[in-house]
Design a protein around this ligand. Structure first.
Ligand SMILES: O=c1ccn([C@H]2C[C@H](O)[C@@H](COP(=O)(O)OP(=O)(O)OP(=O)(O)O)O2)c(=O)[nH]1
Length: 147
């Protein structure tokens, strides 16, 4: 079990902190802390505030992912999905939404716009080498096995 802390930012007392909408939901829904309704025209992208900052154990990252209902019904998704929240980030969490639908979409204050999942980031060390170990695949990629 990991302890994660959310800090509500000033002026957002009415905004829900991220929360699971069912007992076993993998993601915590994240709410829009826009001061007024925000219109996203088709093809437009906007960075949406959420009204909170957070802290988590060093071995975790948080991922911001789209909600499938918004994507399916309105073409609203996260442009940089999954967005990465680093464990040392103390700024306001923001959601980069894009409207891939055909109609304008309005984001209302308090609306659930995305979900946040936590992942363990493996610890790695890196080195520079002259040769890499051989494999059967070698340099094959990008569909080299056919379709
Ligand atoms: O969807 C996102 C993605 C990022 N962030 C915040 C938290 C993250 O820790 C920080 C930096 O994100 P990232 O590493 O993806 O951005 P960058 O473009 O590499 O910026 P930086 O140079 O600030 O690291 O921005 C968000 O609030 N929402």
């Amino acid at each position: 079990m990991y302890q994660v802390s959310f800090k509500r930012l000033p002026g957002n007392e009415d905004i829900q902190l991220p929360r699971r909408m069912s007992e076993l939901a993998a993601g915590f829904d994240v709410h829009a802390a826009v001061n007024e309704p925000v219109l996203l025209a088709p093809g437009e992208r906007k960075l949406i505030p959420t009204g909170f900052a957070m802290a988590m154990p060093a071995e975790l990252e948080a991922q911001i992912r789209p909600r499938s209902g918004l994507a399916f019904k309105h073409g609203i998704t996260c442009l940089n999905t999954p967005g990465t929240i680093d464990a040392d980030y103390r700024g306001e969490v923001k959601v980069l939404l894009v409207n891939l639908g055909q109609e304008p979409f309005t984001i209302e204050r308090g609306e659930r716009i995305a979900q946040m999942l936590f992942q363990v980031v493996p610890k790695v060390t890196i080195e520079e080498v002259d040769e890499l170990p051989d494999t059967v695949r070698g340099e094959g990629g990008f569909g080299h096995t056919g379709v």
